[in-house]
Design a protein around this ligand. Structure first.
Ligand SMILES: [Zn+2]
Length: 477
Protein backbone atom coordinates (compact mmCIF):
# COMPACT_ATOMS: atom_id res chain seq x y z
CA UNK A 1 0.00 0.00 0.00
CA UNK A 2 2.81 2.32 1.05
CA UNK A 3 4.94 1.25 -1.87
CA UNK A 4 2.12 1.57 -4.37
CA UNK A 5 1.45 5.09 -3.09
CA UNK A 6 5.06 6.10 -3.77
CA UNK A 7 4.93 4.71 -7.26
CA UNK A 8 1.73 6.60 -7.97
CA UNK A 9 3.26 9.78 -6.57
CA UNK A 10 6.34 9.49 -8.86
CA UNK A 11 4.38 8.19 -11.88
CA UNK A 12 1.70 10.87 -12.09
CA UNK A 13 3.94 13.87 -12.96
CA UNK A 14 5.93 11.58 -15.43
CA UNK A 15 2.93 10.78 -17.57
CA UNK A 16 1.81 14.41 -17.49
CA UNK A 17 5.13 15.77 -18.85
CA UNK A 18 5.21 13.08 -21.52
CA UNK A 19 1.69 13.92 -22.55
CA UNK A 20 2.39 17.66 -22.73
CA UNK A 21 5.55 16.94 -24.74
CA UNK A 22 3.54 14.76 -27.11
CA UNK A 23 0.99 17.51 -27.68
CA UNK A 24 3.83 20.02 -28.09
CA UNK A 25 5.55 17.87 -30.72
CA UNK A 26 2.24 17.27 -32.40
CA UNK A 27 1.58 21.04 -32.50
CA UNK A 28 5.05 21.72 -33.93
CA UNK A 29 4.51 19.08 -36.59
CA UNK A 30 1.06 20.41 -37.33
CA UNK A 31 2.30 23.99 -37.67
CA UNK A 32 5.30 22.92 -39.80
CA UNK A 33 2.98 21.01 -42.05
CA UNK A 34 0.62 23.97 -42.09
CA UNK A 35 3.43 26.39 -42.98
CA UNK A 36 5.12 24.13 -45.51
CA UNK A 37 2.44 21.92 -46.97
CA UNK A 38 2.58 23.67 -50.32
CA UNK A 39 6.27 22.86 -50.51
CA UNK A 40 5.55 19.14 -50.61
CA UNK A 41 4.22 19.46 -54.13
CA UNK A 42 5.54 16.96 -56.68
CA UNK A 43 5.64 19.11 -59.82
CA UNK A 44 9.08 18.96 -61.48
CA UNK A 45 10.42 21.97 -63.42
CA UNK A 46 9.32 21.99 -67.07
CA UNK A 47 11.68 22.58 -70.00
CA UNK A 48 10.64 24.02 -73.34
CA UNK A 49 12.74 24.91 -76.39
CA UNK A 50 11.45 27.79 -78.52
CA UNK A 51 11.46 25.49 -81.55
CA UNK A 52 11.90 21.90 -82.57
CA UNK A 53 15.39 21.18 -83.86
CA UNK A 54 17.38 18.27 -85.17
CA UNK A 55 20.34 20.29 -86.34
CA UNK A 56 22.04 23.47 -85.24
CA UNK A 57 24.36 25.70 -87.24
CA UNK A 58 27.53 27.55 -86.37
CA UNK A 59 25.71 30.45 -84.69
CA UNK A 60 22.37 28.90 -83.89
CA UNK A 61 19.32 30.63 -82.61
CA UNK A 62 17.83 28.59 -79.83
CA UNK A 63 16.33 29.43 -76.48
CA UNK A 64 15.15 27.32 -73.60
CA UNK A 65 12.61 28.30 -71.01
CA UNK A 66 12.48 26.54 -67.68
CA UNK A 67 9.51 26.96 -65.40
CA UNK A 68 8.52 25.90 -61.95
CA UNK A 69 5.31 27.64 -60.95
CA UNK A 70 5.16 25.72 -57.63
CA UNK A 71 8.09 26.27 -55.27
CA UNK A 72 10.36 27.98 -57.75
CA UNK A 73 13.65 26.90 -59.30
CA UNK A 74 16.59 25.87 -57.13
CA UNK A 75 19.23 25.20 -59.72
CA UNK A 76 19.75 24.80 -63.45
CA UNK A 77 22.66 23.33 -65.31
CA UNK A 78 23.11 23.00 -69.05
CA UNK A 79 26.08 21.18 -70.52
CA UNK A 80 27.02 20.81 -74.16
CA UNK A 81 28.66 17.51 -75.09
CA UNK A 82 30.38 16.71 -78.34
CA UNK A 83 32.82 13.82 -78.82
CA UNK A 84 34.94 13.85 -75.63
CA UNK A 85 34.27 17.47 -74.79
CA UNK A 86 31.89 18.59 -72.10
CA UNK A 87 31.30 22.34 -71.88
CA UNK A 88 29.17 23.86 -69.11
CA UNK A 89 26.93 26.53 -70.65
CA UNK A 90 24.85 27.40 -67.60
CA UNK A 91 25.27 26.64 -63.89
CA UNK A 92 22.96 28.72 -61.74
CA UNK A 93 21.48 28.55 -58.22
CA UNK A 94 18.49 30.52 -57.04
CA UNK A 95 17.52 31.30 -53.45
CA UNK A 96 14.32 29.73 -52.20
CA UNK A 97 11.82 30.57 -49.50
CA UNK A 98 13.16 30.00 -45.97
CA UNK A 99 11.58 27.10 -44.13
CA UNK A 100 8.92 29.04 -42.28
CA UNK A 101 8.31 32.03 -44.55
CA UNK A 102 5.50 31.93 -46.97
CA UNK A 103 6.63 30.19 -50.09
CA UNK A 104 5.69 32.78 -52.66
CA UNK A 105 8.11 35.56 -51.83
CA UNK A 106 11.21 36.21 -53.93
CA UNK A 107 11.47 32.92 -55.77
CA UNK A 108 12.58 32.30 -59.37
CA UNK A 109 9.59 30.76 -61.10
CA UNK A 110 10.90 30.87 -64.63
CA UNK A 111 14.11 31.39 -66.48
CA UNK A 112 14.78 31.91 -70.16
CA UNK A 113 18.18 30.92 -71.53
CA UNK A 114 19.61 32.06 -74.86
CA UNK A 115 21.34 28.74 -75.54
CA UNK A 116 22.23 29.70 -79.12
CA UNK A 117 24.19 32.73 -77.97
CA UNK A 118 25.84 30.77 -75.13
CA UNK A 119 26.96 28.05 -77.56
CA UNK A 120 28.47 30.67 -79.89
CA UNK A 121 30.28 32.37 -76.97
CA UNK A 122 31.57 29.32 -75.14
CA UNK A 123 32.19 26.68 -77.76
CA UNK A 124 33.93 26.22 -81.09
CA UNK A 125 31.33 24.24 -82.99
CA UNK A 126 32.42 21.20 -85.02
CA UNK A 127 30.38 19.37 -87.61
CA UNK A 128 28.80 16.19 -86.22
CA UNK A 129 26.56 14.78 -83.48
CA UNK A 130 26.29 16.54 -80.12
CA UNK A 131 23.92 16.72 -77.19
CA UNK A 132 22.62 19.16 -74.64
CA UNK A 133 22.29 17.79 -71.11
CA UNK A 134 19.94 19.79 -68.94
CA UNK A 135 19.20 19.37 -65.23
CA UNK A 136 16.88 21.47 -63.12
CA UNK A 137 15.49 21.16 -59.60
CA UNK A 138 13.03 23.13 -57.51
CA UNK A 139 12.65 24.17 -53.87
CA UNK A 140 10.10 21.52 -53.01
CA UNK A 141 10.85 19.45 -49.86
CA UNK A 142 10.43 16.10 -51.55
CA UNK A 143 13.27 13.68 -52.24
CA UNK A 144 14.75 14.27 -48.75
CA UNK A 145 14.58 18.07 -49.24
CA UNK A 146 16.46 17.93 -52.56
CA UNK A 147 13.39 19.02 -54.54
CA UNK A 148 11.75 17.76 -57.71
CA UNK A 149 14.26 17.00 -60.43
CA UNK A 150 14.09 17.24 -64.22
CA UNK A 151 16.74 15.75 -66.48
CA UNK A 152 16.85 15.93 -70.23
CA UNK A 153 19.38 14.89 -72.81
CA UNK A 154 18.70 16.33 -76.25
CA UNK A 155 20.68 14.79 -79.12
CA UNK A 156 21.15 16.69 -82.36
CA UNK A 157 23.82 17.36 -84.96
CA UNK A 158 25.91 20.42 -85.53
CA UNK A 159 25.74 21.16 -89.24
CA UNK A 160 28.00 24.03 -90.18
CA UNK A 161 28.01 23.73 -93.97
CA UNK A 162 25.25 25.28 -96.12
CA UNK A 163 23.49 23.21 -98.81
CA UNK A 164 25.06 23.13 -102.28
CA UNK A 165 23.11 24.98 -104.91
CA UNK A 166 23.58 25.05 -108.67
CA UNK A 167 21.35 26.74 -111.26
CA UNK A 168 20.92 24.88 -114.59
CA UNK A 169 18.71 27.14 -116.64
CA UNK A 170 20.89 29.72 -118.39
CA UNK A 171 19.32 33.01 -119.39
CA UNK A 172 16.22 34.37 -117.75
CA UNK A 173 14.30 37.23 -119.31
CA UNK A 174 11.64 38.63 -117.02
CA UNK A 175 8.97 41.19 -117.63
CA UNK A 176 8.21 43.15 -114.51
CA UNK A 177 4.93 41.90 -113.03
CA UNK A 178 5.35 38.55 -114.77
CA UNK A 179 6.55 35.04 -114.06
CA UNK A 180 9.73 33.13 -114.80
CA UNK A 181 11.04 29.63 -114.16
CA UNK A 182 14.43 28.53 -112.92
CA UNK A 183 15.73 24.95 -112.80
CA UNK A 184 18.40 24.02 -110.28
CA UNK A 185 19.97 21.28 -108.23
CA UNK A 186 20.21 21.48 -104.46
CA UNK A 187 21.84 19.03 -102.05
CA UNK A 188 19.37 16.83 -100.10
CA UNK A 189 20.14 18.51 -96.76
CA UNK A 190 18.20 21.60 -97.93
CA UNK A 191 14.87 21.88 -96.14
CA UNK A 192 13.71 24.77 -98.26
CA UNK A 193 14.93 26.30 -101.49
CA UNK A 194 13.60 28.76 -104.00
CA UNK A 195 13.82 32.28 -105.33
CA UNK A 196 13.80 35.44 -103.25
CA UNK A 197 12.57 38.29 -105.43
CA UNK A 198 12.61 41.47 -103.39
CA UNK A 199 10.30 40.86 -100.42
CA UNK A 200 8.69 37.73 -101.91
CA UNK A 201 9.90 34.16 -101.49
CA UNK A 202 8.86 31.51 -104.00
CA UNK A 203 9.54 27.90 -102.98
CA UNK A 204 10.90 25.40 -105.48
CA UNK A 205 9.36 21.99 -106.18
CA UNK A 206 10.93 18.65 -107.16
CA UNK A 207 11.15 18.35 -110.95
CA UNK A 208 10.32 14.62 -110.60
CA UNK A 209 13.43 13.45 -112.35
CA UNK A 210 15.63 10.42 -111.70
CA UNK A 211 17.79 12.83 -109.73
CA UNK A 212 15.45 13.91 -106.89
CA UNK A 213 17.70 16.87 -106.14
CA UNK A 214 16.75 18.62 -109.36
CA UNK A 215 14.05 21.20 -108.66
CA UNK A 216 12.36 24.05 -110.40
CA UNK A 217 10.91 27.28 -109.13
CA UNK A 218 8.23 29.43 -110.68
CA UNK A 219 8.63 32.95 -109.38
CA UNK A 220 7.36 36.42 -110.10
CA UNK A 221 9.03 39.79 -110.17
CA UNK A 222 6.14 41.73 -108.62
CA UNK A 223 4.76 44.69 -110.61
CA UNK A 224 5.08 46.99 -107.61
CA UNK A 225 8.66 46.45 -106.41
CA UNK A 226 11.60 48.59 -107.55
CA UNK A 227 13.27 47.21 -110.72
CA UNK A 228 16.59 47.03 -108.86
CA UNK A 229 15.17 44.75 -106.14
CA UNK A 230 17.57 41.85 -105.51
CA UNK A 231 16.76 38.53 -107.15
CA UNK A 232 18.55 35.44 -105.87
CA UNK A 233 18.30 31.73 -105.36
CA UNK A 234 18.44 30.56 -101.73
CA UNK A 235 18.55 27.21 -99.95
CA UNK A 236 18.43 26.63 -96.21
CA UNK A 237 19.11 23.47 -94.21
CA UNK A 238 17.60 22.38 -90.91
CA UNK A 239 20.42 24.08 -89.04
CA UNK A 240 19.63 27.41 -90.65
CA UNK A 241 22.76 27.46 -92.87
CA UNK A 242 21.90 29.40 -95.98
CA UNK A 243 23.35 29.11 -99.47
CA UNK A 244 22.72 32.05 -101.77
CA UNK A 245 23.50 32.18 -105.44
CA UNK A 246 22.71 34.59 -108.21
CA UNK A 247 21.71 33.57 -111.72
CA UNK A 248 21.73 35.33 -115.06
CA UNK A 249 18.64 37.37 -115.72
CA UNK A 250 17.49 40.48 -117.45
CA UNK A 251 14.52 42.37 -116.14
CA UNK A 252 12.38 44.52 -118.40
CA UNK A 253 10.89 47.19 -116.14
CA UNK A 254 7.30 47.99 -117.06
CA UNK A 255 5.37 51.14 -116.73
CA UNK A 256 1.75 50.33 -115.96
CA UNK A 257 -1.21 52.43 -116.99
CA UNK A 258 -2.87 55.02 -114.77
CA UNK A 259 -6.63 55.35 -114.79
CA UNK A 260 -8.99 57.75 -113.05
CA UNK A 261 -12.19 56.23 -111.76
CA UNK A 262 -15.18 58.42 -111.02
CA UNK A 263 -17.18 57.03 -108.13
CA UNK A 264 -20.88 57.86 -108.48
CA UNK A 265 -23.55 57.65 -105.78
CA UNK A 266 -25.49 55.07 -107.77
CA UNK A 267 -22.37 52.84 -107.84
CA UNK A 268 -21.83 53.22 -104.09
CA UNK A 269 -25.47 52.38 -103.38
CA UNK A 270 -25.17 49.27 -105.51
CA UNK A 271 -21.84 47.85 -104.24
CA UNK A 272 -21.37 48.96 -100.63
CA UNK A 273 -24.49 47.44 -98.96
CA UNK A 274 -24.09 44.22 -100.95
CA UNK A 275 -20.45 43.65 -99.98
CA UNK A 276 -21.09 44.75 -96.38
CA UNK A 277 -23.89 42.18 -96.02
CA UNK A 278 -21.33 39.44 -96.80
CA UNK A 279 -18.42 40.90 -94.87
CA UNK A 280 -18.92 41.20 -91.10
CA UNK A 281 -15.18 41.81 -90.57
CA UNK A 282 -15.40 45.29 -92.09
CA UNK A 283 -16.88 48.03 -89.90
CA UNK A 284 -19.52 50.29 -91.38
CA UNK A 285 -18.01 53.79 -91.39
CA UNK A 286 -21.45 55.37 -91.22
CA UNK A 287 -20.93 56.98 -94.63
CA UNK A 288 -21.06 55.32 -98.07
CA UNK A 289 -17.88 56.96 -99.37
CA UNK A 290 -15.85 56.15 -96.25
CA UNK A 291 -17.17 52.58 -96.16
CA UNK A 292 -16.34 52.21 -99.87
CA UNK A 293 -12.74 53.29 -99.20
CA UNK A 294 -12.56 50.78 -96.34
CA UNK A 295 -13.71 48.01 -98.69
CA UNK A 296 -11.47 49.13 -101.54
CA UNK A 297 -8.36 49.27 -99.35
CA UNK A 298 -8.68 47.11 -96.24
CA UNK A 299 -10.94 44.39 -97.62
CA UNK A 300 -8.87 44.24 -100.84
CA UNK A 301 -5.76 43.68 -98.68
CA UNK A 302 -7.49 40.99 -96.60
CA UNK A 303 -8.74 39.24 -99.75
CA UNK A 304 -5.23 39.13 -101.22
CA UNK A 305 -3.74 37.86 -97.96
CA UNK A 306 -6.28 35.03 -98.05
CA UNK A 307 -5.21 34.10 -101.59
CA UNK A 308 -1.59 33.83 -100.37
CA UNK A 309 -2.83 31.47 -97.63
CA UNK A 310 -4.67 29.31 -100.16
CA UNK A 311 -1.47 29.07 -102.24
CA UNK A 312 0.34 27.45 -99.32
CA UNK A 313 -1.83 24.38 -99.80
CA UNK A 314 -1.25 24.28 -103.56
CA UNK A 315 -0.58 20.84 -105.09
CA UNK A 316 3.17 20.16 -105.48
CA UNK A 317 2.82 19.32 -109.19
CA UNK A 318 1.42 20.86 -112.36
CA UNK A 319 -2.32 20.36 -112.60
CA UNK A 320 -2.49 22.45 -115.79
CA UNK A 321 -1.84 21.42 -119.37
CA UNK A 322 -0.71 23.77 -122.13
CA UNK A 323 -1.42 27.47 -122.43
CA UNK A 324 -4.02 29.13 -120.24
CA UNK A 325 -7.11 30.46 -121.98
CA UNK A 326 -8.35 33.98 -122.07
CA UNK A 327 -12.15 33.93 -121.78
CA UNK A 328 -13.46 33.15 -125.27
CA UNK A 329 -14.80 36.07 -127.36
CA UNK A 330 -13.88 38.49 -124.56
CA UNK A 331 -12.94 42.10 -124.92
CA UNK A 332 -10.31 43.53 -122.58
CA UNK A 333 -11.72 46.35 -120.43
CA UNK A 334 -8.90 46.81 -117.91
CA UNK A 335 -5.30 45.65 -117.86
CA UNK A 336 -3.14 44.03 -115.23
CA UNK A 337 -1.68 46.48 -112.69
CA UNK A 338 -3.58 49.56 -113.84
CA UNK A 339 -2.97 52.23 -111.21
CA UNK A 340 -6.41 53.50 -110.33
CA UNK A 341 -7.16 56.82 -108.68
CA UNK A 342 -10.68 57.06 -107.33
CA UNK A 343 -12.55 60.39 -107.35
CA UNK A 344 -15.81 61.27 -105.64
CA UNK A 345 -17.37 64.62 -106.57
CA UNK A 346 -14.05 65.73 -108.03
CA UNK A 347 -12.08 64.87 -104.89
CA UNK A 348 -9.51 62.06 -104.75
CA UNK A 349 -10.61 59.45 -102.20
CA UNK A 350 -8.37 56.41 -102.82
CA UNK A 351 -5.66 54.79 -104.94
CA UNK A 352 -5.42 51.06 -105.68
CA UNK A 353 -3.88 48.76 -108.27
CA UNK A 354 -6.01 46.49 -110.39
CA UNK A 355 -4.28 43.11 -110.22
CA UNK A 356 -5.98 41.27 -113.06
CA UNK A 357 -7.77 41.63 -116.36
CA UNK A 358 -11.35 42.80 -116.77
CA UNK A 359 -12.89 40.84 -119.62
CA UNK A 360 -16.38 41.34 -120.97
CA UNK A 361 -18.51 39.49 -123.50
CA UNK A 362 -22.26 39.68 -122.91
CA UNK A 363 -24.25 39.57 -119.69
CA UNK A 364 -24.40 36.20 -117.94
CA UNK A 365 -21.74 34.76 -120.23
CA UNK A 366 -20.44 31.27 -119.40
CA UNK A 367 -17.20 31.62 -117.50
CA UNK A 368 -14.65 28.97 -118.48
CA UNK A 369 -11.80 27.51 -116.47
CA UNK A 370 -8.60 28.94 -117.95
CA UNK A 371 -6.85 25.60 -117.44
CA UNK A 372 -7.12 22.26 -115.64
CA UNK A 373 -7.01 22.36 -111.88
CA UNK A 374 -8.77 21.93 -108.58
CA UNK A 375 -11.48 24.31 -107.33
CA UNK A 376 -10.23 25.69 -104.01
CA UNK A 377 -12.79 28.46 -103.55
CA UNK A 378 -16.38 28.89 -104.72
CA UNK A 379 -18.28 31.49 -102.71
CA UNK A 380 -18.72 35.20 -102.11
CA UNK A 381 -15.26 36.74 -101.69
CA UNK A 382 -15.14 40.39 -100.65
CA UNK A 383 -14.39 42.85 -103.44
CA UNK A 384 -14.52 40.02 -106.01
CA UNK A 385 -18.17 39.18 -105.23
CA UNK A 386 -19.19 35.66 -106.21
CA UNK A 387 -15.84 34.13 -106.96
CA UNK A 388 -14.19 30.87 -108.01
CA UNK A 389 -10.51 30.12 -107.50
CA UNK A 390 -8.66 27.23 -109.11
CA UNK A 391 -5.38 25.75 -107.93
CA UNK A 392 -3.18 24.84 -110.90
CA UNK A 393 -0.39 23.46 -108.72
CA UNK A 394 3.04 24.69 -107.59
CA UNK A 395 1.58 27.88 -106.13
CA UNK A 396 -0.32 29.09 -109.21
CA UNK A 397 -3.98 30.06 -108.64
CA UNK A 398 -6.50 31.61 -111.02
CA UNK A 399 -9.38 33.79 -109.82
CA UNK A 400 -12.73 34.49 -111.50
CA UNK A 401 -14.62 37.38 -109.91
CA UNK A 402 -17.96 39.25 -110.05
CA UNK A 403 -19.93 36.14 -111.12
CA UNK A 404 -23.73 36.16 -111.06
CA UNK A 405 -23.84 32.42 -110.36
CA UNK A 406 -21.40 29.66 -109.45
CA UNK A 407 -21.60 26.14 -110.94
CA UNK A 408 -18.72 24.38 -109.17
CA UNK A 409 -17.84 23.22 -105.67
CA UNK A 410 -14.66 23.30 -103.63
CA UNK A 411 -12.69 20.08 -104.20
CA UNK A 412 -13.99 19.63 -107.74
CA UNK A 413 -11.47 18.83 -110.49
CA UNK A 414 -12.04 20.96 -113.56
CA UNK A 415 -10.75 20.79 -117.11
CA UNK A 416 -9.79 23.72 -119.30
CA UNK A 417 -12.99 25.37 -120.65
CA UNK A 418 -15.31 23.74 -118.06
CA UNK A 419 -18.03 26.22 -117.10
CA UNK A 420 -17.49 27.60 -113.59
CA UNK A 421 -20.51 29.89 -113.51
CA UNK A 422 -21.93 32.94 -115.26
CA UNK A 423 -20.55 36.44 -115.49
CA UNK A 424 -22.17 39.18 -113.43
CA UNK A 425 -21.52 42.34 -111.46
CA UNK A 426 -21.27 41.17 -107.83
CA UNK A 427 -18.66 42.71 -105.53
CA UNK A 428 -16.83 45.89 -106.60
CA UNK A 429 -18.13 45.92 -110.16
CA UNK A 430 -20.00 48.59 -112.07
CA UNK A 431 -21.25 46.33 -114.84
CA UNK A 432 -21.29 42.73 -116.02
CA UNK A 433 -17.73 41.49 -116.65
CA UNK A 434 -15.23 38.87 -115.55
CA UNK A 435 -12.32 39.86 -113.37
CA UNK A 436 -9.59 37.32 -114.16
CA UNK A 437 -6.55 37.18 -111.91
CA UNK A 438 -3.52 34.92 -111.67
CA UNK A 439 -1.52 34.67 -108.47
CA UNK A 440 1.78 32.94 -107.89
CA UNK A 441 2.16 32.20 -104.17
CA UNK A 442 -0.18 35.10 -103.53
CA UNK A 443 1.76 37.56 -105.71
CA UNK A 444 -0.41 38.82 -108.57
CA UNK A 445 1.14 38.03 -111.97
CA UNK A 446 0.37 39.22 -115.45
CA UNK A 447 -1.60 36.46 -117.25
CA UNK A 448 -0.09 37.46 -120.64
CA UNK A 449 2.76 34.95 -120.40
CA UNK A 450 0.49 32.16 -119.20
CA UNK A 451 -1.87 32.80 -122.12
CA UNK A 452 1.09 32.34 -124.48
CA UNK A 453 1.87 28.80 -125.64
CA UNK A 454 5.35 29.76 -126.82
CA UNK A 455 6.29 31.44 -123.55
CA UNK A 456 5.23 28.36 -121.57
CA UNK A 457 7.24 26.12 -123.89
CA UNK A 458 10.39 28.27 -123.89
CA UNK A 459 10.40 29.32 -120.25
CA UNK A 460 8.95 26.32 -118.44
CA UNK A 461 8.55 23.08 -120.41
CA UNK A 462 11.76 23.19 -122.47
CA UNK A 463 13.84 23.97 -119.38
CA UNK A 464 12.39 21.00 -117.53
CA UNK A 465 12.92 18.85 -120.61
CA UNK A 466 16.56 19.90 -120.87
CA UNK A 467 17.06 19.01 -117.20
CA UNK A 468 15.41 15.62 -117.69
CA UNK A 469 17.70 14.87 -120.63
CA UNK A 470 20.70 15.31 -118.40
CA UNK A 471 19.17 13.79 -115.25
CA UNK A 472 16.73 11.23 -116.68
CA UNK A 473 13.10 10.61 -115.76
CA UNK A 474 9.87 12.28 -116.75
CA UNK A 475 10.02 15.91 -117.81
CA UNK A 476 6.82 16.98 -116.13
CA UNK A 477 6.43 17.75 -112.44
ZN1 LIG B 1 -11.24 43.83 -112.27
Amino acid sequence: MHLRKEITKRGQPGIGVFFVLLIFIFLILLSSVFLTWKRWEGQSPTLRFDRDFKALGRSPSLSLSIEDPGCGLKNISVTLKQKDQSVPLVEEQYPGPSFFTFWRTGIQKSKSLELGRLITEKYKVQDGPASLVIAASDHALRNFFRGNQTHLQRDFVFDIYPPRLEVFSGQHYINQGSSECVVYRVSPDAEISGVQAGPHFFPGYPANLADPNVKFCLFAFAYNIPPDSPLKMVARDAAGNEAVTGFWYKLFPKKFRSRDIKVEDSFLQKVVPEIMSHTPEIKDQGDLVKTFVELNSKLRRLNHAFIAELAQKSAPRFLWDGAFLQLSNSQVESLFADHRTYFYQGKEIDRQDHVGFDLSVVQQYSIEASNDGLVVYADYFGIYGNCVMIDHGCGLLSLYGHLSSINVKVGQQVKKKDVLGRSGATGLAGGDHLHFGLFLHGVPVNPNEWWDDKWIKDHVLDRLKAASESAGGSSRP
